[in-house]
Ligand binder design. Structure first.
Ligand code: HAM
Length: 421
């Protein structure tokens, strides 16, 4: 047998059935609470001007310095495959003037994202997110709403092991004093050259350094919670109490930081222990200054993105069955050419009537076709032999019980609809 010469690029993979359906089901479950809560659907291009991410996500972040798929087009434009969705969605809001209409603007999206990361379990170069953003309000109820909707989405998939980590990074009222205090502390540590540079450039990022020796040294570091202004503290307390009202458990994590620079105040991550090192199944936060960074007016925002690939892995880690269904309810088995023509019309009519149906093709015999019927997941097979045709009937076989009965061909669609209702 010939070996295939092409493979999916490193860090990417194909989704074939039934995993393909499982991924669709995961995305649907993430979107369902949003669609039922007043969020409109937005779709932006898979690539953007490179500067959008450099500005929006932050020049010194890992994403921008190491992980972007950037290239110059034939026309000389510098573009990047989107590594995340928030900067593009905000760009689209500003460009389309949505912020000039009624506020807040609530949006959701779903799509592919690209990061040139070192591939490992749960970390891919092409991955799938469902995201949500609320723009034009500082109301802490929006922050809480988003967290509740994410928790409800995970619950609806049957997941029980997702934990919510919560922090506030403070606004421009609180951050400078904290940044200075953290910097002062970090400068006393014995750190390598690159980390020392990070201390000067972006000290909060050092909190995210996973190396055990750094984590140990950070145990004594000042925490943001002690530096929050009264306004920021009140905002954070309101988010916390609204979550409690909604019976959402969360863990206060004053050292939580995330790999994107746009965050202000509320910051959260959804983590799962079944995934190994890549434990974040989703995350987000508030970004009250991003619009201005992108040249827009003041437009505070908050949002999240949930990782569909990692959520599916978390479901497997909990032993949950793959969600989503492959297959049909009815499978037609014609025997002979005349029956095949009749079956084609019948299956078309069933599909048009909203019944998921398929038909054996290629003139297979009864045995092969019945095997195909079993594989299809159908509850009923409709066998049409030449004698059945003469009598104007088909045999409807219940594939669970094995029982079979003749049904008039012109009543078949209605009959099956009733059986399946
Ligand atoms: P993020 O934390 O970079 O946030 O990504 C959100 C989720 O996407 C992660 O928690 C993870 O589940 C998934 N993810 C990220 N990178 C990978 C990867 N290489 N392989 C597999 N899954 C991955 C954002 O992207 C922000 N835009 C979220 C946000 C929206 N903040 C405010 N609004």
């Amino acid at each position: 047998m010939n070996q295939p010469i092409f493979r999916a690029p490193r860090g990417t993979f194909d989704l074939v059935p039934p995993r393909g359906e499982a991924m669709l089901a995961v995305r649907d479950a993430m979107a369902a609470p949003l669609r039922a809560s007043g969020y409109g659907y937005v779709e932006t291009p898979s690539f953007e001007e490179t500067r959008l991410f450099a500005r929006g996500v932050g020049e010194s972040t890992d994403i921008v310095t190491k992980e972007m798929y950037s290239f110059t087009t034939r026309g000389g434009d510098d573009v990047t495959l989107r590594p995340e969705g928030t900067a593009p969605v905000l760009r689209a809001v500003l460009e389309n003037g949505l912020h000039r209409g009624a506020l807040p603007v609530k949006l959701w999206y779903s799509g592919s994202y690209y990061r040139y990361e070192r591939p490992q379990k749960g970390r891919y170069r092409h991955f799938s997110q469902v995201g949500a953003e609320i723009l034009g309000t500082e109301d802490p109820a929006s922050d809480a709403e988003l967290i509740v909707l994410a928790v409800d989405a995970y619950r609806s998939l049957g997941l029980s092991g997702v934990r919510v980590l919560l922090n506030s990074l403070g606004s421009s009222e609180s951050r400078p004093a904290y940044r200075a205090a953290l910097q002062e502390y970090l400068r006393t540590l014995d750190l390598d050259e690159e980390t020392r540079r990070r201390v000067e450039l972006n000290p909060l990022r050092v909190l995210d350094d996973k190396r055990p020796e750094i984590q140990k040294a950070l145990a004594q570091a000042p925490v943001i919670t002690d530096y929050l202004s009264s306004g920021d503290r009140e905002h954070h307390e309101t988010v916390r109490s609204l979550l409690a009202d909604a019976a959402v458990d969360f863990i206060d994590d004053p050292r939580l930081v995330r790999g994107l620079d746009y965050y202000t105040r509320t910051l959260f991550e959804f983590v799962h222990d079944g995934l190994g090192a890549q434990s974040a199944v989703g995350g987000g936060g508030r970004y009250d200054g991003l619009s201005e960074l992108l040249g827009g007016p003041r437009l505070p925002g908050v949002g999240w993105a949930l990782g569909a690939d990692r959520t599916l892995l978390a479901m497997q880690a909990e032993g949950l069955p793959l969600p989503g269904r492959v297959g049909v309810d009815v499978f037609a088995v014609p025997l002979g050419d005349d029956a095949a023509r009749r079956a084609f019309g019948l299956v078309t009519a069933l599909r048009r009537a909203g019944v998921a149906a398929d038909v054996a093709t290629g003139g297979r015999g009864l045995k092969g076709s019945m095997k195909a019927a079993d594989r299809s997941g159908a509850r009923y097979a409709v066998v049409i032999g030449s004698r059945d045709l003469e009598q104007g009937v088909a045999q409807v076989k219940d594939l669970g019980s094995g029982e079979q009965e003749p049904v008039a061909l012109d009543r078949l669609v209605e009959h099956l609809r009733v059986l399946l209702a």
